[in-house]
Ligand binder design. Sequence first.
Ligand SMILES: [Fe+2]
Length: 290
Amino acid sequence: MARILGGLAASHVPSIGGAIARGLQQDPYWKPFFDGFIPGQQWLRDVKPDVAVVFSNDHGLNFFLDKMPTFAIGAAPIYPSADEGWGIPVNDPWPGITPLSWHIANEVVAAEFDPVICQEMLIDHAVCLPLACFFEENGTKKGRPVKIVPVGINTVQLPVPSLKRCFEFGRAVGRAIESYPEDLKVVLIGTGGLSHQLEGERAGHLNKEFDKFCMDHMAGDPSPLTKISAIELIEKAGTAGLEFMNWMTMRGALLGDLREISRTYHIPISNTAAAVQVLEQLPRMAQAAE
Ligand SMILES: [Fe+2]
């Protein structure tokens, strides 16, 4: 059976792609951010996953404000990237794993969720950059070590799902993964956040205290997070801080006890509170023996 090894979370900002392209990982501005990935890179080298299920929000490559699915699941054999208009390089494609995608889609629909299923899907910086940072060791290309299942969440345009709904959707995805009959090792990645707002009167809004609260409850009891409404999340984390919903969906898909491998929090990268967190899911056998 497929097994979930753990969950990784990281902020995504287009300028990270520019920094990788220019080799700025040791630059004083960027070094604290990129160094945050080192424990996750080491952990991934140790556990050697086969698949990454990536929870993120699309930034206009697939969906725009006229059509915005609440949840979307990629079911494509390959996921190309494309020019996002930020001047960042277009990433090479990542391979998909359509049988697992369809299994997840079937199971979450059976669990009464209604995602859009995308047999073609582009991946933007929200998918490509965290993958690059976690798997390619600060941009040095080493092929594509995992296949991916991208899962899109509407964090962009109201009405957005609640954190509770995201958590429950994540639960359904996690149960689907663990019922997949093939012996695959799966990691989950939630991208985006943490607090930031890029427009309007509150442009530049950051909330260090709330971000710490979120990371504490990602590693521990997530139930207080499920009580936060979408509007309250905007008030606390900023409009773009809604991307924490991607972290929350990932957290929902972690079904067992957790051990926090690492967390880093760095302000600011492009007016964003940039964070990286790695959570290992303890093997069920070990949990049963405890
Ligand atoms: Fe974003």
